[in-house]
Ligand binder design. Structure first.
Ligand code: NAD
Length: 292
């Protein structure tokens, strides 16, 4: 099945990046959010981000104009229903996502493929609440979407081959690379990455190293471009904790227990860059200052 129009539900950090890359690749994009402000912020952010690509010579002025003209926004969820493919990128809460799919059902075409950008919620469970589990799968972009090369494509237990092939063709047209994952908690990237970040927090908690030595050790010792604590601040410590809880609950193995220090930072509201403080303090003008 050929996809030519894409509906994006949720215009936050991920939704705006998804709309950006899809419009640049020539898809007609309808983006929806419950917040009109989120939609207007997303459109101005997309414009600024594509303009930066024009500045670097990666995109032409004409391609930018074409992409911006292909993005339409609406606060009415039903209006994304006529899209060939819908990518849900709303808040990471199962009840929110379930309600979105339930509300979408009366408005979608028989052929519409439904997908979720969820980082950790079961694709099979989300699919089971719709009328088309065979046309439902995980479409997991990495943050920031315009920069990161990978998309994880996650098959639910019922996902059919035609749906998978149609989504894989979209990833190819976006110029990205797909890694295929089965539907188990946190899929591939976060299944491996989050326990590493959690272990870095344990290393800090037990006093094996401080923030600076842990991040420096992993950058220089394993050639990672960012240290694990710096990366955790970038992702958001609440997100890291939520994914550890999904692993812990979903796989019932104590090796996934979230570090109490990670929980404490989240309880303090020190969520990383988005709140200006996490394992580093970003409030000053100079370099971020380690908080331990
Ligand atoms: N942030 C990341 O690094 C990252 C990476 C990969 C995947 N994800 C996944 O992407 C999804 C979105 O994450 P984000 O970081 O963009 O979150 P975000 O908080 O930046 O954006 C979520 C948006 O969803 C909107 N929203 C909430 N309920 C809605 C509804 N009923 N209908 C329409 N819009 C609604 C909110 O208004 C908000 O604008 C989550 O499932 C998350 O797990 C996030």
């Amino acid at each position: 099945m050929e996809i030519s129009s894409i509906g994006v539900v949720g215009a936050g950090q991920m939704g705006n990046g998804i709309a950006h890359v899809c419009a640049l690749a020539g898809y007609d994009v309808v983006m929806t959010d419950i917040s009109a402000d989120a939609l207007s912020n997303a459109v101005s952010l997309i414009e600024r981000n594509i303009a930066r690509q024009v500045g670097r010579g990666k995109v032409t002025e004409a391609e930018m104009a074409g992409a911006m003209a292909r993005i339409r926004t609406t606060t009415t969820l039903a209006e994304v229903g006529q899209s060939d493919l819908i990518i849900e990128a709303a808040t990471e809460r199962e009840t929110v996502k379930q309600a979105i799919f339930e509300d979408l059902l009366p408005h979608i075409k028989p052929t519409t493929i439904l997908t979720s950008n969820t980082s950790s919620i079961s694709i099979t469970r989300l699919a089971s609440r719709t009328d088309r589990p065979e046309k439902f799968m995980g479409f997991h972009f990495m943050n920031p979407v315009p920069v990161m090369q990978l998309v994880e494509l996650i098959r639910g237990i019922a996902t059919d081959e035609e749906t998978f092939a149609a989504c894989k063709a979209v990833v190819d047209r976006l110029g990205k690379t797909a890694a295929t994952a089965e539907d188990f908690p946190a899929f591939i990237v976060n299944r491996i990455l989050m326990p590493m970040i959690n272990e870095a927090v344990y290393t800090l908690y037990e006093g094996v190293g401080n923030v600076t030595s842990i991040d420096m050790a992993m950058k220089l010792g394993t050639n990672h471009p960012m240290g694990p604590l710096e990366l955790a601040d970038f992702i958001g410590l609440d997100t890291c904790l939520a994914i550890m809880n999904v692993l812990h609950d979903g796989l019932a193995d104590t090796k996934y227990r979230p570090c109490p220090l990670l929980t404490k930072y989240v309880e303090a509201g020190w969520l990383g860059r988005k709140t200006q403080r996490g394992f580093y303090d970003y409030r000053g003008d100079g370099d971020p200052v380690p908080t331990r």
